[in-house]
Write a protein of this length. Sequence first.
Length: 156
Amino acid sequence: MAALDPDLVCVTGDIADSAKTELPAWTPLLAGLRARHGVFAILGNHDRDAGVERVAAAILRDTPWRLLRDAMATLDVGAGRLHVLGLEDRRVPSITDRLPSLLAQVPAGGFAVLLGHHPTSSTRPPRPASRSRSPATRTADSSRCPTSPSSTWHAS
């Protein structure tokens, strides 16, 4: 990977597979994964099953990665800005519950990349907070977030 000299690396979850994963034995190896503008990660369902706080702590302790948990990072790239959004993995039907507030952080006209573990993170409409649907319950349509890498295919 280093030979590719990447600008940005995005890790979209499933860093650990089970609670038996020996994180201290191999997370230091992940620290070697580098990119000009950084390595950004989110957690997936396997990380949740392995102990999401344990996996998050290992990533933060052992790597220089930026872990995005319903958070946005803004990168200055040349004369522009890139907003990297990390959507925390949740179980169906709550996958996109936090998406509206995450998208609201992107400045108007800003370019964003949404990291979502579940492939439908950017297409499944969020559940409305009440019976009435408000504009805040929009999905990550192509005008707001044209790129959304996901790590694995999950049946819904």
